[in-house]
Every structure is written in structure tokens, then in C-alpha cells.
Design a protein around this ligand. Structure first.
Ligand SMILES: [Zn+2]
Length: 255
């Protein structure tokens, strides 16, 4: 099996797991996933495909350059975006149309260490992204493993029209995060929309998504007992930088 086939197989498995109804991360055609195929191209979910029943036909291979050009260029009509996305397919004869969210996948797959992306709409997470307390709730860290798996902080994106405008807003907030923290984020929360997880491997994306949803559920529960008591900034920094936690993160990543 070639490395590219292996990547696609891992992406299919990741997508099926993220789409498992037992997880309550997505229903119907919600969510999308992607993986870097090589320096020139990536796989992204085709429009309309359901994550839970992902197969080889659920993904289209798309070239980075035309999508990144679109992202950095002028405003485009919906029809023009659709036409350009179709033209960006590595093999124009291949069936399937790249998801409308292809642009943010292309941009985030450029970040150092990011090879797989999972975008979902978990009910537990959207209880927070759709709330008045969105910013305060998703930025806090609740317990050490939350920091180990999800990093010291998250990217927050105010509500933006899906498609190119959303991709541009995501790029802006991600760049601000990289400038502040000196590393790529692991979790991006979209107001009134959902979650994006960035990972070096398919397993990482799955585990970070699971830990984010667990933290969201714990957060909901804290309101029965007076509300959340987030870890202090000092405690978060300590966990994020201590050597034995790095070791533990490696262990978690390879389990
Ligand atoms: Zn979405």
C-alpha cells in the first residue's frame, strides 16, 4: 500500500468514528474531514456525504494552490466559488464535489504538524458555542488531561457566513493564536456552529475531539454545583510545559 492510500484509509476510519451516532458529534451530512495527501494536494469530504458511512467515494482529492489563491483573493460569488472548487480537483473527471468548507481545510493543513482535520457539530460542544457565555466557557481548562490533549488554549471564531468568509475568519484567529503561543492550536470553536480539531495523526484528531466533548460535558455538570472553577493560567502553563506531561502526551498519542 502506498503512503497516499494509507492516509486515505486512515481518513476513512477517522470519519466513520467521528460519525458514529453513539458519539453524538454529528447527524445526517454534518461535519467534514480532511488529510494532507502530499505537498500539492489533500483529501477532503465531498459535499453531502455522511461521515458515518464514509468510503473511498466520500472524498475528493484537491490541489492546495487554487484553493489558497481563492482564500487570499477578492470576494467571489457562490457560483464562482463552486466553479473554482470543482476546477481545483486533482482529477477533474473524479466524481464528487469538494465540501463548501474546503477552504479552511486547505489553510489549516498548511500549519506545521497538522496532517488530519476533523470538523464536527457535537451536541455537548454546541451547547457552549450557542450560549451567551461562549467565549468564557470554551477558553477555560478544567483538568490536567484537558490541557495535555487539547493544549493550553483554543481558538475562538465569532459567527461568520460559512464558506470563504468563515475560512478567512478562521485563518485570522489561527494566525493570532500562533503569534501568541508559538505553536498551532489543537481546537477551534466556531460560534453558533461547531468544533474543528487539528492533529498530526488521525488518532490524535479522534482523541482530541473525545476529550473536548468530555470537558464540555463536565462543564455542563459544574452548573449544578455553582459553575466551573477553571484551572489557573499558571497551573495550565505548568502542565503544558512540564517534561513528564510531554511524556504522557506521547503515550496517549501512541496508545
Ligand atoms: Zn460545520
Amino acid at each position: 500500500m502506498t503512503a497516499v492510500d494509507d492516509t486515505l484509509n486512515q481518513l476513512i476510519t477517522l470519519s466513520q468514528h467521528l460519525g458514529d451516532p453513539a458519539n453524538d458529534y454529528v447527524i445526517l451530512g454534518e461535519g467534514n474531514t480532511s488529510a494532507r495527501a502530499d505537498d500539492q494536494s489533500f483529501w477532503v469530504k465531498a459535499s453531502g456525504a455522511a461521515l458515518r458511512s464514509s468510503s473511498r467515494d466520500s472524498f475528493v482529492r484537491v490541489r492546495f494552490d487554487p484553493v489558497l489563491e481563492m482564500l487570499n483573493g477578492p470576494e467571489l460569488s457562490d457560483e464562482e466559488i463552486r466553479r473554482r472548487l470543482a476546477a481545483a480537483k486533482a482529477d477533474p473527471a473524479e466524481p464528487g464535489h469538494p465540501s463548501v468548507e474546503t477552504a479552511f481545510h486547505a489553510a489549516c493543513l498548511q500549519l506545521p504538524g497538522v496532517r488530519f482535520i476533523g470538523h464536527t457539530h457535537p451536541t455537548a460542544v454546541n451547547m457552549l458555542t450557542c450560549s451567551n457565555a461562549f467565549e468564557a466557557m470554551v477558553q477555560g481548562r478544567l483538568f490536567p488531561d484537558h490541557v495535555v490533549m487539547c493544549g493550553p488554549a483554543s481558538v475562538l471564531v465569532p459567527y461568520t457566513d460559512p464558506g470563504l468568509p468563515l475560512a478567512r475568519a478562521i485563518c485570522q484567529q489561527v494566525q493570532a493564536f500562533v503569534d501568541t503561543h508559538g505553536e498551532a492550536p489543537k481546537t477551534i470553536f466556531l460560534q453558533n456552529h461547531g468544533l474543528i480539531v487539528l492533529g498530526a495523526t488521525a488518532q490524535q484528531v479522534e482523541k482530541i475531539t473525545a476529550m473536548t466533548v468530555k470537558a464540555a460535558r463536565i462543564l455542563h455538570g459544574t452548573f449544578a454545583f455553582g459553575g466551573p472553577r477553571f484551572m489557573s493560567a499558571g497551573a495550565v502553563e505548568r502542565i503544558h510545559t512540564r517534561p513528564d506531561e510531554h511524556y504522557r502526551q506521547q503515550v496517549i498519542d501512541t496508545e
